[in-house]
Design a protein around this ligand. Structure first.
Ligand SMILES: C[S@@+](CC[C@H](N)C(=O)[O-])C[C@H]1O[C@@H](n2cnc3c(N)ncnc32)[C@H](O)[C@@H]1O
Length: 249
């Protein structure tokens, strides 16, 4: 059973509340969308899609189609229930598939963009990171682009993140890293923090190149949020990772 199959609604209700009250979704997605560029008419894969928090945004922004992938059957049930509420023509633009990205051989028609919100820290071994990288490179078009949000490889676990964590109700315990503990509200599960050298080695071997890590920022149109997320911006716990496909697989 996947971690997010347990206590699924506790995670989803807390993240929805944080999105609404703290504008966490703006902070989580602004730099990602800047990096992705305009998704209009593009085919997209949403890694670790959960109940489709990013999938729906990409559809709204005009993506031609989005395939959401997740290991958790419970998360996917929630995503599918939301899909059923869409008008028939929009339903056809989205589908959800269950796969463990660490070791899945799933091969889809290659897409323009592979994205995702919170990805590599669910790999419990470097081989798992490699498996995720292979999934990305195998399913990207030759001129495609990967841009996703993940735990920062450069974070200093010794730094005090308490204010930011209290602000968003999110706690990450780094004491036993690489294995860490993620908590949001009543939901908690293990995550893994891999150094930049480990991530770049595994993702490079998996067939990705032009790897870049960008700290998350806020839109100029929301100066009211600058102070609230100041600590996160100085020492971001999550970053936007971007890459291209290195060679034909
Ligand atoms: C923090 S949630 C994020 C969900 C969604 N992207 C969002 O922002 O609300 C992380 C998601 O990653 C999924 N996940 C964890 N490990 C995975 C794996 N090995 N393969 C595929 N999905 C995985 C979980 O089931 C969960 O839905």
């Amino acid at each position: 059973m996947a971690d997010y199959d347990l206590n699924t609604d506790a995670y989803l209700s807390t993240i929805a509340q944080a999105d609404e009250q703290d504008d966490l979704d703006i902070f989580a997605t602004h730099t990602l969308f800047e990096t992705i560029g305009d998704p209009v008419g593009k085919t997209v894969i949403d890694l670790c899609c959960g109940d489709g928090r990013l999938t729906w945004k990409l559809l709204e922004m005009g993506a031609k189609s989005v395939v959401g992938i997740d290991i958790s059957g419970e998360m996917l049930k929630r995503a599918e229930a939301k899909r059923q509420l869409l008008p028939a023509d929009e339903q056809k633009r989205v589908r959800f598939l269950q796969a463990d990205l660490r070791n899945s051989g799933l091969t889809l028609p290659p897409v323009d963009i592979v994205s995702g919100l919170y990805v590599f820290h669910y790999a419990d071994t470097p081989e798992g990171v490699w498996g995720m990288g292979r999934f990305i490179s195998r399913n990207l078009k030759a001129d495609g682009h990967c841009a996703l949000v993940t735990l920062s490889p450069d974070i200093d676990p010794e730094d005090d993140h308490s204010a930011a964590q209290a602000e968003a109700g999110i706690l990450i315990d780094y004491r036993d890293e690489p294995k860490c503990r993620f908590q949001i509200g009543d939901f908690s599960c293990p995550i893994w923090r891999w150094d930049r050298a480990v991530l770049e080695r595994e993702l490079g071997m998996a067939g990705l190149c032009d790897l870049a890590w960008t700290g998350m920022d806020l839109p100029d149109s929301r100066p009211d949020l600058q102070a609230r997320f100041a600590e996160w911006r100085q020492n971001p716990q999550c970053v936007v990772f971007s890459a291209r496909r290195a060679r034909p697989i």
